[in-house]
Every structure is written in structure tokens, then in C-alpha cells.
Design a protein around this ligand. Structure first.
Ligand SMILES: NC(=O)c1ccc[n+]([C@@H]2O[C@H](COP(=O)([O-])OP(=O)(O)OC[C@H]3O[C@@H](n4cnc5c(N)ncnc54)[C@H](O)[C@@H]3O)[C@@H](O)[C@H]2O)c1
Length: 477
């Protein structure tokens, strides 16, 4: 087992001190802004309106039952609806899809699974607005195409509901700020549905980082490398080919959050450190056109499209405490799946997607290891297994994405029922999604660094718990 370095994050910080200054004192490099004079100066945070207050450390009011409404019942929404209904103390009360038949199909499936029938909404692009008038909804889960997330998230907050939005919560900087401000004004939480933050390896990595196994964490790499070409050109998978159409619009890191967010969480971004600058590079867009040439019949609607998004878009992100994160996005090249998940520091390194062991990960930590050869992650994952996985592994087994979908759903409902502070708040969600617009901006400036806004408006310096929560029970039903 690893012998922990003398400097352990929790014992040193005691949970109450300002983490930013202290983390610098712990041996991190100079602030990134000093290392990047070319960075565009940070756009000032918009002023809070009178009465508008931070949502940091704001607990949910306790809910006896969490009543969930789902907007968007395609691959993801239809798949997640039964998961919500399976969590103790959670009921799906309403479902909505612009295609009314999908609402009926999901309602039928819930009834077949022995759940109460949810109300159905559909038939128009704004049917969700009618649904939001209901007073039996506590949480809105949004699983529509990216272009609708901001408007639907905002409308849900304004209707007085808490919101959990699929990736990304919004695609423009002003929209991200708007969701932060609307959450602060309505006093409702909005969070990114980042299931990967609840992955078993990711949570063990986070605990190891916080307990000092890495020494001082200095760098991390993550992303979303998934060969989606067949699905992107399918006529039945993504509704109206919405996801392929994004590749005709701009060159952007659309969806790196699955790998970026766990790294940012392990680095305590917004909880003692923050993302400061981002510079992006993009390769030429070759993959989709090449695939179409070889596999898609002439006359298919895709032949009218021109793909402009670079196949591999890479963001180099610096943090206030001198760390660096590399976040990658590639969904248009042939390759096996990876979210990269690599974290490293002064005492060692964790690399996921690297081994043949059941955990799929490898490590090297001093003083346990020497000799420059990788070791199995398995004993570390056993020791640092997060309480959520110790508790839920059996129930989550066989569920979506290796069980992490159910862990995300169970924990979200537990936080609301027990009246706890969310693990992932609107500030985390905005920071993790900011690379979508910022990668566009940096690429337009030939890859120059651009400033990442501080959505917390200065509160990032305060250390506070997040996904590294203490074990708590689900209130009895
Ligand atoms: N976290 C994950 O692991 C994960 C996995 C898959 C997809 N996703 C995300 O889930 C979202 C949906 O992806 P998908 O694969 O299910 O796409 P999809 O095309 O299968 O489903 C989208 C659904 O939204 C519906 N819709 C569109 N406009 C609507 C509106 N105005 N009101 C109500 N419904 C509307 C469509 O009819 C469709 O049924 C995306 O944001 C995607 O990135 C996340």
C-alpha cells in the first residue's frame, strides 16, 4: 500500500483555510498567468444584480420524494428514465419529447416496469414549457441536442426547478454566464450530468489525489476519444443527424468534459484552484469526409455537408496554481475508446485506458515503486474505493456506462432528499463546459491563450468538499 507523503491535503488544509494561497505554498509552480503574458486579459465577470447571491455551499431543501421530469427521450433520455425511477424515493412524474410518440413509449416502459405513469408532453418544440408549469416536478433532466440545453435549462430554473443537463450545459460563454446568474437569482441548482465524475476509477483517483498519494498534483490529461463515425452517419441514431451537423459549424472541442471534468475535480478546480487560460490546436478535418467517401452512398443528405471541425482538437489549460491540463476531443477518427484519465504529480502517476488488468489502469508511485516500470492499479482502487461504489456497486452493476449512470442518479437524488450541498454545482459545470466556446475563440486567434472566466467571482480560493464527500445514508422511503 502507498505510504502517504507528509503533506496530506485534508490534514493540512483542515477544510477551512483559503486553498489558493496555501496550494501555492505547497510547492506548485508560479501562477499560470505569469507564465502566459500573451493571454488575453480576463473578461470581467458580469456584476451580480441586487439580491443575487452565490450558490456555493447552498444545500438543497430536503425532499421526501424527488419528482423528476425528463426533456428529450432519444438514446440518452429514454435510457436514463428507468434509472431515475429505480432510485429509492425518486419518481418520474413527466416526460417530454418533441416527438410525442417517444413520450408515450417511455411512459409505457415505466408502467411496464411497475412505476406510476408519468404525464406525457410533446408534439412541438416548446411542449416542455407547458410541462414546466406543473407543480409536481422538483428536478428537470435535460437530454436533448446541445443547441437546446441553454434555453431549456434556463426555463427550468425560472420555473423554480432544480436542473441536471447533459453535456454541455451550454455552448456559448454568455449562455454559461446566464445559467450561473439564473441559478443565483432563482436559488435553484443547475448541474452538468457528468456521469464520468462518478466513474469508479475516476473517484478513486480523486481520493488518492486528495489524500496526497500523488504528492503535489502538477498535471493531468483527459478527453473524449470515441470513434462515432458510424453513428454520426446513421439515419436512425442521432435524431435528424443533429450531432453530425455540429461538425459543419465550427472547429471546437465540443465534448471533452467526460475526461476533463474528473481531472479538474481531482485538482480542486473552483475549490482552491481555478482554470485560468486555454490554448487550442486542431488538426485538419479529414475523418468524416473520408468515412463518407468510403461508406456513405452518393445522394445521402450528408453529401451536401462540408465538415470543418478538426478531427483532433486539443486544449492546453493552465490553472492558477501552476498546473496544466491537456483536454482532447476526437470523434471522427478510427481508434479504440478512451477518456485518457491521466493524473500526475511530484510523487507519481495514474494512467487509465492503459492496461489489461480488470481496472484497465496502471500506476507508478514513490516510495512504493521504483525501476521505471508500470504497476497494476488494482490494489490502489481497492484501498481508495469511493464510498458510493462500496455501497452501490452491486445495484449499479449492469447499468449504463459500467454503472456510473446509476451512481450519478442515486447520488443526485440522495443529495436532494437528504438536503445536502451538491457535489457538482453550476460553477463547476460552467468551468468544465467553457472549453467549448473558448476553443473556438483560441483557434480563431491562431491558438493563442484566451482567459477562462472565473464563474465563482473570486470564491474559487476557498477549499470546500465536492465529489470527495463523506459517506451518508439515503433517507428511508
Ligand atoms: N453523459 C453521457 O454519457 C451521454 C451519453 C449519450 C448522450 N449524451 C448527451 O445526451 C444528449 C442527447 O443525446 P442523444 O444521443 O440521446 O440524442 P438523440 O438524438 O437520440 O435524442 C435527442 C432527443 O431530443 C428530442 N428533442 C429535440 N428537440 C426537442 C425539444 N425542443 N423538446 C423536447 N425534445 C426534443 C429529440 O426528438 C430526440 O428524441 C446530448 O446532449 C448528448 O451529448 C450524454
Amino acid at each position: 500500500m502507498p505510504e502517504l507523503p507528509a503533506v496530506q491535503r485534508r490534514s493540512v488544509l483542515g477544510g477551512a483555510l483559503a486553498g489558493g494561497a496555501l496550494a501555492l505554498g505547497m510547492g506548485a509552480a508560479a501562477p499560470a498567468s505569469a507564465a502566459s503574458p500573451a493571454a488575453v486579459t480576463a473578461a470581467a465577470a458580469p456584476r451580480r444584480r441586487p439580491g443575487q447571491k452565490s450558490m456555493i455551499n447552498v444545500a438543497y431543501a430536503p425532499h421526501r420524494t424527488v419528482r423528476v421530469a425528463v426533456i428529450g427521450l432519444g438514446n440518452r433520455g429514454a435510457g436514463m428514465a428507468p434509472g431515475w425511477a429505480a432510485v429509492p424515493g425518486c419518481q418520474v412524474t413527466a416526460v417530454c419529447d418533441i416527438r410525442a410518440d417517444r413520450a408515450k413509449r417511455v411512459a409505457d416502459a415505466l408502467v411496464k416496469a411497475g412505476r406510476p405513469r408519468p404525464a406525457e408532453y410533446g408534439g412541438s418544440a416548446d411542449a416542455y414549457a407547458r410541462m414546466l408549469r406543473r407543480d409536481d416536478i422538483d428536478l428537470v433532466y435535460i437530454a436533448t441536442p446541445w443547441e437546446f440545453h441553454h434555453a431549456q435549462g434556463r426555463a427550468s430554473l425560472l420555473a423554480g426547478k432544480h436542473v441536471i443537463v447533459e453535456l454541455p450545459i451550454a455552448t456559448e460563454l454568455d449562455e454559461l454566464w446566464d445559467l450561473v446568474d439564473t441559478s443565483e437569482r432563482t436559488r435553484r441548482h443547475l448541474m452538468l450530468a457528468e456521469n464520468c465524475n462518478y466513474g469508479r476509477n475516476e473517484l478513486a483517483m480523486l481520493k488518492m489525489a486528495h489524500e496526497g498519494v500523488f504528492g503535489d498534483v502538477t498535471n493531468g490529461h483527459g478527453g473524449y476519444l470515441h470513434d462515432l463515425r458510424e453513428l454520426l452517419f446513421s439515419d436512425t441514431y442521432y435524431t435528424d443527424a443533429w450531432r453530425r451537423r455540429w461538425h459543419t459549424r465550427s472547429t471546437a472541442s465540443f465534448y471533452a468534459m467526460h475526461g476533463l471534468a474528473p481531472i479538474a475535480a481531482a485538482m480542486d478546480i473552483n475549490r482552491g484552484d481555478r482554470l485560468t487560460t486555454l490554448s487550442a490546436t486542431a488538426t485538419a478535418p479529414k475523418g468524416l469526409a473520408d468515412y463518407r467517401e468510403r461508406f456513405v452512398p452518393r445522394g445521402h443528405p450528408s453529401w451536401n455537408e462540408t465538415y470543418v471541425n478538426g478531427d483532433l482538437v486539443t486544449c492546453m489549460i493552465e490553472t492558477a496554481n501552476g498546473r496544466v491540463i491537456r483536454a482532447e476531443h476526437d470523434v471522427s477518427s478510427p481508434r479504440p475508446y478512451s477518456r485518457i484519465n491521466t493524473l500526475a504529480g511530484s510523487r507519481g502517476i495514474f494512467e487509465d485506458y492503459a492496461g489489461t488488468s480488470p481496472t484497465g489502469a496502471r500506476v507508478y508511485f514513490e516510495p512504493d515503486h521504483s525501476g521505471h516500470s508500470w504497476r497494476d492499479f488494482a490494489p490502489y482502487r481497492k484501498e481508495f474505493d469511493h464510498w458510493l461504489w462500496r455501497k452501490l456497486a452491486e445495484q449499479a452493476e449492469g447499468g449504463g456506462h459500467g454503472g456510473m449512470d446509476y451512481v450519478l442518479q442515486w447520488r443526485t437524488v440522495q443529495l436532494m432528499r437528504a438536503g445536502l450541498v451538491p457535489d457538482i454545482d453550476v460553477y463547476d459545470s460552467a468551468a468544465w463546459c467553457a472549453p467549448v466556446p473558448l476553443s473556438v475563440e483560441s483557434l480563431e486567434r491562431n491558438g493563442r491563450p484566451v482567459a477562462v472566466p472565473d464563474f465563482t467571482r473570486g470564491s474559487w480560493v476557498n477549499l470546500r468538499p465536492g465529489l470527495d464527500s463523506r459517506a451518508t445514508e439515503m433517507p428511508p422511503v
